[in-house]
Ligand binder design. Structure first.
Ligand SMILES: NC(=O)c1ccc[n+]([C@@H]2O[C@H](COP(=O)([O-])OP(=O)(O)OC[C@H]3O[C@@H](n4cnc5c(N)ncnc54)[C@H](O)[C@@H]3O)[C@@H](O)[C@H]2O)c1
Length: 251
């Protein structure tokens, strides 16, 4: 484990951070950024995310399906030894499926709520007691929870808006334990677009046009903000949603 970075007297940045969806594009960037600050990130992701990652992945990886409490508990037990605490959790696992009116698909509907919302709550349930005092939970929401210009993203947007509320309630509940909870809501970020994402966003050029900065974001720009919320540099910030969207919602 790397030596800690002391930010102020008695505050040392080290420890394990479990990053769900850590095999994905933004999840990997988050793992890399956390490792750069002295944390030990553990990417927790579906088995399907392993083969693609295996050769190039620099961080610890554990198989976790956030739709299954059993899978989450097994993964956490494999990562955290008895009597150990962790520095935090980043809930980054998420999926987008289009949900145009007239085409609503029950399986897509269920999966988005199971992964994006219920998955987050299951992971928190399994890890909250392990997070040390001064530790942090960071949820990854989305721009789509805060605006309405992506037609076909209504259900995904609803799950991501739900994350903002979930974050506030969880922050209040965990504050007495010394754990902060915040929500980073990315705008459109450079990643291979799934067919659903391309359908709802209209592609990279159309997405960039919504932003004040007239571009889409890079994964490391999200990771930077996530790392800030994990770290004690944000020690008086909890219950917040911060949009990392190039100025879409503010415009
Ligand atoms: N890429 C964007 O433009 C964008 C914008 C706003 C928000 N987001 C959010 O950021 C997060 C990461 O997105 P990304 O662009 O890196 O996508 P991605 O598909 O590369 O990463 C998502 C990861 O979540 C994992 N995952 C899916 N279902 C899971 C499950 N049941 N259990 C565990 N892991 C599971 C996937 O295997 C994948 O590795 C998601 O929550 C997404 O909703 C992305």
């Amino acid at each position: 484990m790397p030596d800690g970075i002391t930010l102020q007297k008695g505050t040392t940045v080290t420890g394990t951070v479990i990053v769900t969806g850590g095999g994905g594009v933004i999840g990997r960037a988050i793992c890399a950024r956390l490792a750069g600050s002295g944390y030990t990130p553990v990417a927790a992701d579906l088995e399907a995310a392993v083969p693609e990652s295996a050769s190039s992945f620099e961080h610890d990886f554990v198989v976790m399906d956030v739709t299954s409490t059993e899978s989450i508990r097994a993964a956490v037990a494999a990562v955290v030894r008895e009597d150990e605490t962790i520095a935090g959790v980043v809930n980054c696992a998420g999926i987008l499926r289009d949900s145009f009116v007239g085409e609503l698909d029950e399986a897509k509907l269920d999966l988005m709520f199971q992964v994006n919302i219920a998955g987050m709550a299951r992971v928190v349930e399994a890890t909250a007691d392990l997070i040390r005092v001064g530790g942090s939970i960071v949820n990854v929401g989305s721009l789509t929870g805060h605006f309405g210009r992506f037609t076909g993203a209504s259900v995904y947007g609803a799950t991501k808006a739900g994350i903002a509320a979930y974050t506030r309630y969880l922050a209040a509940e965990l504050a007495p334990r010394g754990i902060r909870v915040n929500n980073v809501a990315p705008g459109v970020i450079r990643a291979p677009m799934s067919p659903s994402m391309a359908r709802v966003s209209g592609g990279e050029e159309a997405s960039a046009a919504h932003a004040m900065l007239k571009r889409i974001g890079e994964p490391h720009e999200v990771a930077e903000v996530v790392e800030f919320f994990v770290s004690p540099r944000s020690s008086f910030v909890t219950g917040q949603t911060l949009l990392v969207d190039g100025g879409v919602v503010a415009w």
